[in-house]
Design a protein around this ligand. Structure first.
Ligand SMILES: C[S@@+](CC[C@H](N)C(=O)[O-])C[C@H]1O[C@@H](n2cnc3c(N)ncnc32)[C@H](O)[C@@H]1O
Length: 365
């Protein structure tokens, strides 16, 4: 793969800015704040198929239009740690019959802290001989990273050599926040742009008071840095591993004012409306909070109608979106009661059509 030029990067960004500006125009959004990415080495995750070519072994990807496979020895979108790992892994796997046999995919998850998880996916069951060889691979790679973890996956099997997570350290506004990022769980793929997103939410919330409610909070990517701005933060998230990572992150960042509850957004809305009670909310008295602000960061489908109506009860709504079409659709209802006061584009996914957007809404007077 050849690395793109700065000019290539800028023209794809200009196109995204034009598209998002036009989608937000019906809502009288102010001019976009635009946060660009590095043109190379911006992704903290990458997945490759593995090609066995006689004695040779290499990473491959598929051309999306022609569906033809192509060999990948370096992958400029991925961070430098992943590129380093790709080279070392292939050098060590090519002649290792135990580790290479029936291997069909390799996934990499890295972090700015230079920790890495390498997941090897197989069409065979993984025995103790495999585990010994994987331990050796971990030892061989360890001098090149701050932590190396190897996972072997096969049908109904997951063997972990080390951990199934990396500990990320994100530099945000002269502070460093600690996050456990678990393999196969959601994390923002572009770490530097993620730092800019967190800073943007901090700026949006700097003058706001009271408590923060966050829906779709993941491992606390926003809840944790925003805990300094609000009196109390309550986050809700559906995925168990993310909630467990969030609990770890609360302790690792020495916070005492953040509560994360494992509830789907739809369930949380029912709890807020007193339509249902949940044992998972035990110890969290929703009536005791003074929520002034709600932050939502939903998946591509956007918010369900009941949650949308529920968040209209709050003075300020901070909406982070990975799909500007559903964002625009949701804004049609939200703008009946609220006005867009800030809007931003974060180039989380350079050279793809995906746009990450942020919008701050405040209740109309
Ligand atoms: C775009 S991610 C954002 C996560 C987090 N804000 C971050 O920045 O890392 C969306 C999150 O919503 C969670 N999710 C998906 N459907 C959900 C639902 N119905 N209710 C609650 N959370 C949900 C996913 O597990 C994922 O963690």
């Amino acid at each position: 793969m050849t690395a793109p030029t700065q000019q290539d990067y800028q023209s794809q960004l200009d196109e995204k800015v034009a598209r998002l500006t036009s989608l937000l125009a019906p809502f009288n959004a102010p001019a976009l704040s635009v946060y660009h990415s590095q043109p190379v080495h911006y992704r903290m995750r990458a997945e490759f198929r593995v090609w066995h070519d006689g004695e040779d072994l290499y990473h491959i990807m598929f051309n999306q239009s022609t569906k033809e496979k192509y060999r990948v020895d370096v992958f400029p979108p991925a961070c430098e740690a992943i590129n380093r790992a790709m080279k070392l892994v292939m050098e060590n796997l090519r002649n290792n019959q135990v580790l290479r046999k029936k291997l069909f995919q390799i996934d990499y998850l890295s972090a700015m802290s230079e920790e890495i998880v390498i997941s090897l996916l197989y069409h065979k069951q993984l025995d103790d001989t495999w585990a010994q060889e994987a331990e050796q691979l971990k030892a061989l790679l360890s001098p090149y990273f701050n932590a190396v973890n190897i996972i072997g996956r096969a049908r109904k099997q997951k063997r972990i050599i080390g951990h199934d997570y990396v500990i990320e350290r994100l530099p945000v506004r002269k502070k460093e926040y600690v996050f456990k990022h678990i393999e196969n769980s959601f994390t923002q793929p572009n770490a530097l742009v993620n730092c800019r997103m967190i800073e943007w939410t901090m700026d949006c919330c700097a003058a706001l008071e009271g408590d923060l409610l966050e829906m779709y909070c993941g491992a606390g990517n926003f809840s944790i840095p925003l805990a300094e701005t609000f009196n109390q933060v309550v986050g809700t998230e559906i995925a168990k591993p993310s909630v467990q990572a969030a609990q770890y992150n609360i302790k690792a960042n020495n916070l005492t004012n953040v509560n994360i509850v494992r509830l789907a957004a739809e369930e949380f809305t029912q709890a807020m409306r007193k339509e249902r009670t949940f044992s998972r909310l035990e110890g969290v008295d929703l009536d005791s909070f003074n929520f002034s602000t709600v932050l939502v960061d939903p998946p591509r489908a956007g918010l369900d109608i009941d949650s949308l109506k529920m968040i209209q009860d709050y003075e300020h709504i901070l909406y982070i979106s990975c799909n500007p079409e559903t964002l625009a659709d949701n804004l049609t209802l939200l703008c009946e009661t609220h006005a867009v006061t800030q809007a931003a584009l974060f180039d989380q996914f350079p050279f793809t059509h995906h746009i990450e957007a942020g919008v701050l809404l405040s209740r109309k007077s």
